[in-house]
Design a protein around this ligand. Sequence first.
Ligand SMILES: *Cc1c(COP(=O)(O)O)cnc(C)c1O
Length: 388
Amino acid sequence: MDTIEQFNKYVMPSYGRYPLVMDSGEGEYAADENGKRYIDFGSGIGTNSLGYCDEDWVKAVCGQVGKLQHTSNYYYTKVQADFAKALCETAGYTNMFFGNSGAEANECAIKIARKYSFDKYGKGRHNIITLVNSFHGRTLCTLSATGQDVFHNYFFPFVEGFVNVEANNIDDLRAKLDDTVCAVMFEYIQGEGGVMPLKREFVDEIFRLCTEKDVLTIADEVQTGVGRTGKFLAGDNFNKKADITTLAKGLAGGVPIGACLAGEKCAGVLTAGTHGSTFGGNPICCAGGLAVMNRVNSEGFLGEIAAKGDYIREKLLKCGEVASVSGMGLMIGIELKTKQAGEVVKAALDKGLLLLTAKTKVRLLPPLTISYEEIDKGLEILTGILNG
Ligand SMILES: *Cc1c(COP(=O)(O)O)cnc(C)c1O
């Protein structure tokens, strides 16, 4: 039995997968079991932020594996303390909670928001506004939070208490932000929703109204965080700091971790026994995360991300098939004029380039460390397909 046959026999078919068995990776390149190499413009789904098997990252992770792979959260570890410090100081938050994924980071944010409001105002102020076309995860609660009807099937009953507002519709926001609401949760750039940035005026109004009503702001930066947009947090592009920010995907360079960061206002909400995770803040993942933080905080690194993003945008906009390009930094959505995004992704696979889609767009989330040389090679393949 070959790998794909064996896999499909034993693993539930919950993903539409490409017939490709990945075997190894190096820098910007992934290699399949036949040794064919692919330039990776998706970096997992924005997870392998330093590319494949970055030397410093491998050293950090392997060093930790050989020292202490796990301990219960009843004890302390230095690596978790160091990572938490780096993260809070860089992002500008008071404290944080570690989970293992984006969905878990968002679950934590939702729990904090509800408890913050319960502690201060009692029952009845539990609703959370999320945006139409958002994506917040696959657990029942984060699916319920997700503002897309396609995700609200089969698994009834969903978690109550989520109210959807149309993105960038200030009147809709004003109408629904009543005294039943404890938080507004949003992505600065909707990722799965099609790389759709929020308008500045809309973000301003979220923060204005929330401050006025003591409603918490929750920025889901699972996809946009950790340098992806050319700033450490996408919120920095909007000059905003949400009360709570969630991170995951690229946070530890490809090992699983999620973080929920809290500012002064809600740093004291979760008390002993109110939340937990067996694996949360695993030392191996924290070691990987520290390696990512060291790189992202190195001189000029974030500026390079913005510059590379501009470079890619400029080249793409010269391609006749490209209708528009959205996103910030190295988070890029490409709207096509005539071609189907899914077909472009398949054609690119054949030619040795890994791409992602988001709704009708081709989506790029290349490693933050990608070189101009590999950008050029990847874009040559991509524009070749688009012009073909
Ligand atoms: C990917 C994603 C999630 C879910 O993260 P998981 O690690 O898959 O649970 C949540 N929010 C946003 C914005 C995402 O892009």
